[in-house]
Design a protein around this ligand. Structure first.
Ligand code: FAD
Length: 321
């Protein structure tokens, strides 16, 4: 344990059974791999989330938010410090003439929010049907699909900033780009809630649109333990096309293989380790670079105690080109 006993006791006193020690994390991620965390705290309200990060910050305990765990590859060696599983999911709606502002706590499941909006005749979040994870993860990653993304509907977000407290960020301050935002580059920022603007539309139209998106997902994406797209699409290309053209569909390392249905997705079996995924990711990266000279950028995030040298491998590949 690297967290001092005194700090653990303070967390246990404040949060009771919601705090677990030495917990396996694989079950909290869609890849179903990864080691243990020293402390795992499940929070069910924004107040508890704020209390947890304030306490962690005050006691210099490293912390990491996990929403749906659908974009993180947690190291087999696990994570030191505190993992906060965000299950704060209060949602409210405010009328604004022809539009409605939806306020959602960051632990709200994004796809469920999308369904709720559709059934209330609110358009603008249909693309999120079937996107796993939470509102918080989507705000951080600028999640998107079918030509739309979080940045198209987000108005503001309440964000806890280390040493400062909660600050209201407007959309244009979050530096949104394709699967990217300011929040991916700032350590320790925590999304508490987000306000999204949606417009009134007939529920039948929204339902039909969502249904078409779901059908497309079923037809093109594999099921099972996966992290979705492993790499971002480079400009003018699809990562899946490049990986397939490099001859890697079905390529396997340990318990993980490049999906035969969609080459930018990896699918794991029960024997898979996080290191298998990481090695396959590196192998695919190098094969695409060697074949096309294109450097793919991972969309997934490696978190926890990883020990490897990606940079030096990258450099030696460039020298060989
Ligand atoms: C089957 C499948 C399909 C997918 N399809 C898509 C798709 O169509 N489009 C797309 O964009 N993505 C897709 N993804 C990837 C993933 O769903 C998104 O990136 C999603 O937004 C991640 O949300 P999450 O809550 O799971 O984040 P997590 O994986 O839990 O976390 C991701 C990052 O956000 C941080 N984080 C989480 N919550 C907070 C918070 N409240 N405050 C601060 N930081 C936070 C974490 O620390 C981590 O750094 C897919 C994944 C899978 C498994």
């Amino acid at each position: 344990m690297t967290v001092p006993r005194l700090a653990i006791d303070l967390f246990a006193e404040r949060f009771g059974d919601a705090l677990k020690l030495d917990q396996p994390l694989a079950k909290y991620t869609s890849a179903r791999v990864g080691g243990k965390a020293e402390m795992v705290l499940t929070v069910k309200s924004a107040d508890d989330l704020l209390a947890a990060v304030e306490m962690a910050y005050a006691h210099s305990i490293p912390y990491r938010m996990i929403g749906g765990g659908s974009n993180v590859l947690i190291a087999d060696a696990g994570m030191r410090g505190l993992v906060i599983l965000n299950r704060a999911k209060k949602v409210s709606f405010r009328n604004r003439g022809f539009s409605v502002v939806v306020s959602a706590e960051a632990g709200m499941n994004l796809s469920s929010l999308s369904r709720q909006c559709i059934s209330n005749g609110l358009g603008g979040l249909e693309w999120a049907i079937g996107v796993p994870g939470t509102v918080g993860g989507a705000v951080v990653n600028n999640a998107g699909a079918h030509g739309s993304s979080m940045s198209d509907c987000l108005v503001t977000a309440d964000i806890w900033v280390p040493g400062e407290g909660v600050r209201l960020y407007h959309n244009d301050e979050l530096e949104y780009a394709y699967r990217n935002s300011l929040l991916k580059h700032e350590d320790g920022f925590v999304v508490i809630s987000a306000d999204l603007t949606l417009k009134l539309e007939a529920a039948a139209v929204l339902n039909a649109r969502a249904q078409a998106f779901q059908t497309h997902r079923k037809e093109t994406q594999p099921s099972g333990a996966t992290l979705g797209s492993i790499f971002k699409n480079p400009e003018n290309y699809y990562a899946g096309y490049l990986i397939e053209a490099a001859g890697l569909k079905g390529y396997r390392i340990g318990g993980v293989e490049v999906s035969t249905k969609h080459a930018n997705w990896f699918v794991s079996d029960e024997s898979a380790t996080a290191e298998d995924v990481r090695l396959l990711l590196a192998e695919v990266w190098h094969a695409v670079f060697a074949t096309f000279g294109i450097k793919l950028e991972p969309e997934i995030e490696l978190v926890g105690d990883w020990h490897f040298e990606m940079e030096s491998q990258t450099q030696s590949d460039e020298e060989q080109m």
